[in-house]
Design a protein around this ligand. Structure first.
Ligand code: C5P
Length: 405
């Protein structure tokens, strides 16, 4: 998906071992559709060559404010005005100290100072040794940069190039890319808390066997990402799936429908939106055997009795907060046919304002889907697209339906 089509990013590198990650990040930006102008400090050029960055960005690198390639000899003005965002990755401790004081003694700091502050966001990705990162001066500088409107990204923890272990590693290229994409997404859910269920549930028969279904969790995880991109605080209650946690999302892993219900109840009071995307098992074995049920060779099969699982969505939708409109509930319906009729019936049965229908066999495990939105005004379709594109569209639809604050 061309998440950054039409965007022009100035990618600034200051000195640090993490410059090696900037190469991959640059590639990611280009792949996502952005045009990238790399600007390097002299220190950065000790860690990675402009040749590499030029090859990956497809443009000559700038490093000097005296660069005569610019007709007016003002690269700091020209480059900063062309940009939709300036991303400094890596941002060294020294470079952030410089930014903080408005110093401008090389091209990169100069163009940061010269940028149109209302239009061109400055995003910095710190990278340094853990002692440097924890130092009160660095922490103070980062707090002041934030207060000045700069987006100061977090850091990773772990082994550092210096051999020490702790906080201060630059975020990975895919994490940086996510942050840039997120920056450009409309913040239609700013200040809202969104609770989402995703994936299948697993209902134990005995310690080694169980009942589950083919839900991949991809739609729910895409919704979690899309809601976070839109500025929401997101809690994702996930059944057993092998998907990475979307960045910035609070994930609670559960197994059974009962576990899922408990996790949902623990967060529902704080939520403004509840999206039930999980494929919750309708029934569970009446009792799970404590020991593995053995095949005894007689040919007899175990008699399994089932009980119905709680309907998590219907329960939340019946709560006082949902009924008063303080909590907006969205249900999903996976059908095999007659989608509209089934979705309308399910909307009424669950007592939710918005029901999202999809064809189960056309979505399970796939990266794309098509959705049918059913609310009190009728139905409309979100045509086949990637699950992330659909999740973003659905988030926008939900945001429009929330009570204004
Ligand atoms: O009844 P059915 O399973 O078709 O309803 C699907 C919708 O209800 C989905 O939004 C699903 O997440 C939710 N659901 C639930 N708890 C259940 C069954 C379904 O929250 N036990």
């Amino acid at each position: 998906m061309s998440d950054l089509a039409g965007k022009h990013i100035v990618l600034g590198l200051s000195g640090g071992v993490a410059c090696y990650k900037a190469a991959e990040f640059c590639r990611g930006l280009v792949k996502a559709g952005a045009t990238v102008q790399v600007v390097m400090t002299e220190a950065a050029e000790h860690f990675i060559t402009p040749v590499t960055m030029q090859a990956l960005s497809g443009r000559p690198v700038y490093s000097s404010q005296w660069d005569a390639r610019e007709g007016n000899n003002m690269p700091h003005i020209n480059l900063s005005r062309e940009a939709d965002a300036i991303v400094i990755a890596p941002a060294s401790a020294d470079f952030m100290a410089k930014l903080l004081h408005g110093r401008a003694d090389d091209l990169l700091s100069l163009l940061c100072l010269a940028r149109p502050i209302e239009r061109v966001q400055l995003i910095v990705a710190p990278a340094m040794n853990r002692e440097m990162y924890a130092h009160p001066a660095t922490q103070r500088n980062m707090a002041q940069l934030r207060a000045d409107g700069t987006t100061v990204l977090g850091v990773g923890a772990g082994e550092q190039a210096c051999g020490e272990t702790g906080d201060g590693r630059m975020l990975e290229p895919d994490e940086l890319l996510y942050e840039v994409v997120r920056h450009f997404r409309p913040k239609v859910l700013a200040g809202r808390h969104v609770l989402i269920t995703a994936g299948p549930t697993f209902e134990a028969i005995d310690p080694v066997r169980g009942l589950t279904n083919r839900s991949s969790g991809k739609m729910g995880f895409a919704l979690a990402r899309a809601a976070h991109e839109a500025g929401a605080q997101v809690t994702l209650v996930a059944g057993p799936v092998a998907l990475p946690t979307p960045r910035g999302v609070m994930r609670v892993d559960v197994q059974s429908a009962s576990d899922m219900q408990r996790a949902v109840q623990a967060s529902a009071d704080a939520a403004d939106v509840f999206i039930a995307a999980a494929a919750v098992a309708d029934w569970r074995p009446a009792s799970a055997a404590e020991q593995k049920i053995k095949k005894d060779g007689s040919g007899d099969v175990p008699a399994l009795a089932f009980v119905e699982n709680p309907d998590i969505l219907a329960g939340v939708a019946a709560s006082q907060r949902a009924k008063s409109g303080a909590l907006y509930c969205v249900g999903f319906a996976a059908e095999s046919h007659d989608l509209l009729a089934h979705a309308q019936a399910k909307r009424a049965r669950k007592g939710v304002p918005l029901l999202v229908g999809n064809i189960g066999p056309d979505t399970f495990g796939r990266d794309d889907n098509a959705l049918l939105l059913v609310d009190e005004r009728g139905a409309h379709e979100l045509p086949r697209a990637s699950k992330l594109a659909l999740a973003r569209a659905l988030v926008a639809e939900i945001a429009q339906r929330l009570p204004r604050r």
